[in-house]
Design a binder for this molecule. Structure first.
Ligand code: 48F
Length: 286
């Protein structure tokens, strides 16, 4: 048996592999902020088609709002039309009425597994703190460790260059908010300017403006599920929104523990991005 200590070797293996992985994703086709259900379905589809996809998740666990089901009863509901999606992802479900019911832990882990198996890279504990912008177009993200942000440490970030960036940060719509804060006009995919920016006399230093007043309305699952898909799309050159971020930009009711709309939003974003990427060509297809 070797007398060499295992501990430094274990550390070296981790450092080497992580740095190699990080180096590979410094330039990607699509960088997605947030790893909720819309991001994971989007990442899975694009990665499967050979695009280089990076998902950046602030928390330790990817999956966003999926894990807790409805009020911690860890089951979720999806519309019947998601049956083929669940089958493709190898997710077990129970069919009841017009709905499909899934175990939320099984659902979250399957989405993560399928996206990473397809080749998407997920970096967790990484917070997207800003955007890269070249000539009036979003061209990447600025990242830092979540603890650096939480502790308000004065540590400069690193940048990732991407052909397209997706705001999948859910309720905060963090990337869109970064533009609004700087008074950069953000449209909704349906063509409207964000309501906050329509107000000529808006006090742009007000807390409300800085917080980006959520456009999320009280619960109405039926309309929420339809509108989250409708509001999915490009809101600024190079920047797309999906999932609850799209709801908060376009305006729609919340929908609670029904998740078909999130998946359909991710799949719609995948289709749009694929068309856009096809025109520009991949930086480095897998
Ligand atoms: O909110 P979230 O699950 O995203 P989603 O795809 O799905 C929404 C549903 O889960 C649910 C719902 C359905 O009725 O309302 O809420 O829109 O996940 C968003 C993820 O983004 C991460 C956050 O930790 C979460 O996992 N996130 C938020 N801001 C950042 C971020 C950031 N600046 N950088 C990196 N990750």
């Amino acid at each position: 048996m070797s007398t060499k200590r295992k501990d430094p070797l274990i550390s070296a293996l981790i450092v080497e592999e992580y740095l190699a992985k990080l180096k590979k994703v410094l330039e990607v086709d699509v960088a997605i902020a947030g790893a909720g259900p819309s991001a994971l379905s989007l990442a899975g589809v694009l990665a499967k088609k050979g695009w280089k996809v990076l998902v950046l998740e602030a928390k330790n666990e990817p999956g966003g709002g999926v894990w807790g089901g409805g009020m911690m009863f860890n089951e979720l509901v999806l519309e019947e039309e998601l049956q083929s999606f669940l089958e493709e992802q190898d997710i077990r479900y129970t069919k009841k009425e017009d709905f499909l019911v899934v175990d939320s832990v099984h659902f979250a882990s399957a989405l993560i597994y399928q996206a990473t198996k397809a080749g998407a890279v997920i970096l967790n504990n990484v917070f997207v703190e800003d955007l890269v912008m070249y000539e009036q177009r979003i061209n990447g993200v600025v990242i830092n460790w979540l603890p650096v942000i939480k502790e308000k440490m004065q540590v400069d970030p690193l940048s990732i260059v991407a052909s397209y960036v997706v705001d999948a940060t859910g309720h905060p719509a963090h990337l869109v908010r970064l533009l609004l804060k700087r008074n950069i006009p953000v449209g909704s995919p349906t063509g409207d300017i964000h309501p906050l920016q329509k107000q000529d006399n808006e006090d742009r230093t007000s807390a409300a403006f800085r917080a980006l007043i959520p456009q999320e309305m009280p619960m109405d699952a039926e309309n929420g599920e339809r509108l989250v898909v409708e509001h999915t799309g490009e809101v600024y050159p190079g920047l797309y929104v999906t999932g609850m971020a799209a709801v908060n930009v376009g305006g729609a009711p919340r929908m609670g523990p029904i998740f078909g709309g999130m998946i359909l939003s991710g799949l719609k974003a995948a289709k749009m991005l694929e068309a856009a990427l096809g025109k520009g060509g991949s930086r480095d297809p897998a």
